[in-house]
Design a protein around this ligand. Sequence first.
Ligand code: 5GP
Ligand code: ZN
Length: 114
Amino acid sequence: MDSCIFCKIVRGEIPANKVFENDRIVAFRDLNPVAPTHILIIPREHIASVSAATADHEATLGALLLAARTIAAEQGLEANGYRLVINTGNDAGQTVFHIHVHLLAGRYLEWPPG
Ligand code: 5GP
Ligand code: ZN
């Protein structure tokens, strides 16, 4: 996707503060963090949202969660816990249509969210 901002980060065309990479996944710090730790975990492959995912994306979707687990461990978040969020569509406030998992930690996270 030429114009997708997260595809540009995957291709190295715009800078990002990366914390993790493997063959399927890239993770970097959110530009506007809403928690002391706020990391975005994205697949290298462009998938617009959970709603756009198909069975062909099964391995990529699994890799997203496994990367989240690895990053949480690397960042020392397991003791106090963390939250994974995937905003999907309008009412959830999705603004970037390249699927991404928000990894939030470092403060008490209210539930339900506002
Ligand atoms: P959404 O609302 O789609 O779930 O989340 C998109 C997230 O991407 C937002 O938290 C926003 O701050 C972050 N974001 C948008 N553009 C960029 C960017 O160019 N670089 C980084 N690091 N984060 C971005
Ligand atoms: Zn993309």
